[in-house]
Design a protein around this ligand. Structure first.
Ligand SMILES: *Cc1c(COP(=O)(O)O)cnc(C)c1O
Length: 390
């Protein structure tokens, strides 16, 4: 190779470690410093260093936002105190009377903030199975301003084609927003498929160590970014410097962790699929999954989340969830530790019972977040918990 050739664009894992993270210029500190400051001394009246007040801008948050923007192939990313703070701030793009079409099995907290908070401000929502383009188009109205999708969904792992939806939304001048929490940008980058907004609960895979709550939105369109940046500062739902630093530290190993989350999920899915106490396994990586081909086409992998339907009744499922020792019984997902939960009673309790039944969130449905432990230990844990429950 000749030395004058342009270097290739850096790969994902390299950008995760380097973008926004040049050594600090005064001391050469390699780790981005935690700029634990609320304000910045100004050289003269009307002059400043680019930093005036930490709600508006903070160097540690800047580094986190720059790195995430690169991961998601966005022009910019804007960080928030939680995933729900990110979603709530997105809602300021709209006004009373506007209409939003949303996936019907969205994260429980997303449904709750739409239904119990933003409806009171005059926003209107229709929930549809977004895997059907016809259903989305049929739900659209003159005042529809955004389609909001999770793919794969939580906990049923239904897969929606982002590109098909993006084309339909673009033709109608409707924004497409994707909650990409389950995939992380390592596996799926919705902006590359035409989405306008991509959002994460960084509490999950991006932070990755179950030690920080946060959220982020990335976009390419300057009009959208300008409004969100304004709202971030005006509403103030920002992450602090330490939370920004913790998330950025987690992001450095995102690629390594996602590969292992996925190989563990495959191992657990294949084991459970053959087990006589299991009715069925829902994992997009399995050929039996209805969204498998679509997922293959639009993502670089299948992720670390799976759901299983057990044989038996509510009691079987509750006993199983309580009997695992390595899979901790807890809400949340995406950390290095494996977690197990019962959606109908735990994460999705805020969804009305009839809607839960329609979505398939039954009493015997259990959701697993596969961590990065040794696969043989995870399988042993599942095996002993299944025999305790049966
Ligand atoms: C956790 C989660 C959220 C909410 O994020 P918080 O950081 O808890 O506010 C939104 N969407 C999905 C898919 C999530 O898993």
């Amino acid at each position: 190779m000749n030395n004058n050739s342009t270097p290739p664009e850096h790969g994902f894992d390299t950008r995760a470690i380097h973008v926004g993270q040049d050594p600090e210029p005064i001391t050469g500190a390699l780790s981005v410093p935690i700029f634990q400051t609320s304000t910045y001394a100004q050289p003269a009246v009307g002059e400043h260093t680019g930093f005036e007040y930490s709600r508006t801008r903070n160097p540690t948050r800047d580094a986190f936002e720059a790195c995430l923007a690169s991961m998601e192939s966005g022009a910019e990313a804007i960080a928030f105190a939680s995933g729900l703070a990110a979603i709530s701030t997105i809602m300021t793009l709209f006004e009373a009377g506007d209409h939003i079409v949303s996936s019907d099995d969205v994260y429980g907290g997303t449904f709750r903030v739409f239904d119990k908070v933003f409806r009171d401000f005059g926003l209107r929502f229709t929930y549809v199975d977004t895997t059907s383009l016809e259903a989305v188009e049929a739900a659209m109205e003159e005042r529809t301003r955004m389609v909001w999708v999770e793919t794969p969904t939580n906990p049923m792992l239904k897969v929606t084609s982002i590109a098909d939806l993006a084309a339909s939304c673009a033709a109608k001048g409707v924004l497409l927003g994707v909650d990409n929490t389950f995939m992380s940008p390592f596996f799926q980058r919705p902006l590359e498929h035409g989405a306008d907004l991509v959002m994460h609960s960084t509490t999950k895979y991006l932070g990755g160590h179950s030690d920080v709550v946060g959220g982020v939105v990335a976009a390419r369109r300057s009009d959208v970014l300008e409004k969100l940046r304004f709202a971030q500062n005006a509403m103030g739902a920002i992450p602090g410097p330490f939370d920004s630093w913790l998330t950025l530290r987690g992001m450095k190993t995102l690629g390594l962790r996602m590969r292992r989350h996925e190989s563990n999920a495959f191992a657990v899915a294949r084991y459970m699929e053959k087990h006589t106490s299991v009715e069925s396994v829902i994992y997009p990586g399995l050929e039996s999954h209805p969204g498998h081909e679509c997922q293959r086409a639009q993502a670089d992998g299948f992720g670390g989340m799976l759901s299983v339907i057990l044989k038996g009744d509510l009691n079987t499922a509750k006993t199983f969830c309580g009997a695992t020792k390595l899979f901790f019984l807890a809400e949340s997902l995406g950390g290095v530790e494996s977690l197990i939960e019962h959606p109908a009673i735990m994460t999705h309790a805020s969804i009305p019972a009839d809607a839960r039944t329609r979505l398939g969130i039954s009493d015997t449905l259990v959701r697993l977040s596969c961590g990065i432990e040794d696969p043989a230990d995870l399988i042993f844990d599942i095996e002993q918990a299944l025999s305790t429950a049966n």
